[in-house]
Design a binder for this molecule. Sequence first.
Ligand code: PLP
Length: 357
Amino acid sequence: MNADLVRDEIRALHAYPVADARGFIKLDAMESPFAFPASLRAGLADALAGASLNRYPSADAAELKAALRRAMRIPDALDILLGNGSDEIIQLLALAVARPGATILSVEPAFVMFRMIATYAGLGYTGVPLNPDFTLDRSAWRAAIRDTRPALIFLASPNNPTGNAFPPEDIEATIEAARAVGALVVIDEAYFAYADTDFLGHVAQHDNVVLMRTVSKLGLAGLRLGLLVGRREWLEQFDKVRLPYNINALTQAAATFALAPPHYASLLAQARGLVEERARVRAALCTLPGVTVHPSQANFVLIRVADAAATFEKLLAARILVKNTSKSHPLLAGTLRLTIGAPHENDALLAALRQAV
Ligand SMILES: Cc1ncc(COP(=O)(O)O)c(C=O)c1O
């Protein structure tokens, strides 16, 4: 094999790591712990059986977009673009702006795919460190926007892996600073169902903002479906980069069914239950000696312990898989990211942590 054929920056990457979770309580990937509601499974099976597998899927996925529009109350004035997970949407955005010298800006720590996809697309990437409490360092952020003149600014709120949401003032300051350099702000609301904030309104108000969501954190991670909401002028450009038929027929059928009003209401109710679990888990974690618990508006909690590697290993020995985030950024030293699971899973996690720390 002639490895030189592959670009240096790709050879330097590690593939996105996915741990083998078989036999473990799986609290590493912000999935919902709840299977699709049993009462809805027959209906789901019918919806899937009705999909035409001999045909390419609907190219515009109009029915699914209408279901998303209704469920998430997306105004008619805004368009929707679908991706095979929001990961694919990040890639579409990056490919569309990938002129020589173009860059992406985000905060640090942030969702790792922002940086990875920038690299895939041949874009530069700048990560502006957050404050130690993971709030936005507003002056450094504004200065970076001004100085690096990025094409795209990604801001996930709530942020992964820190869990905190950014206040509207931060989002507005970002939009204003982006406007001055002609950048597009991409607000990533992957965790919207668990947060008190909602920035959909900002997309309608500002012509330099688009917003991403996903159904992954809402109990439908297996479908791979993300959406971008924005003005037609933007989305019609990004749509040109999308591969035809990127949302397969089974995903379209299953998601259209799952997003119908009563079914979507049950998914949201599950998310509300997890928000209550989050409060219970955080309160219990706060009683553990030597454990710092960061605020969370998402379906996970970031904790800091004296020895993250040892704690992670002890949890593994108890057959519990969480995410060891301690090595991914200096601000994350000593941290573990714990996805909120079902109550019995959280109890097992808390018991194991009590032993471990
Ligand atoms: C902030 C953020 N954005 C996007 C994603 C990707 O979501 P999807 O499953 O839709 O690709 C994640 C997944 O962890 C995330 O944390």
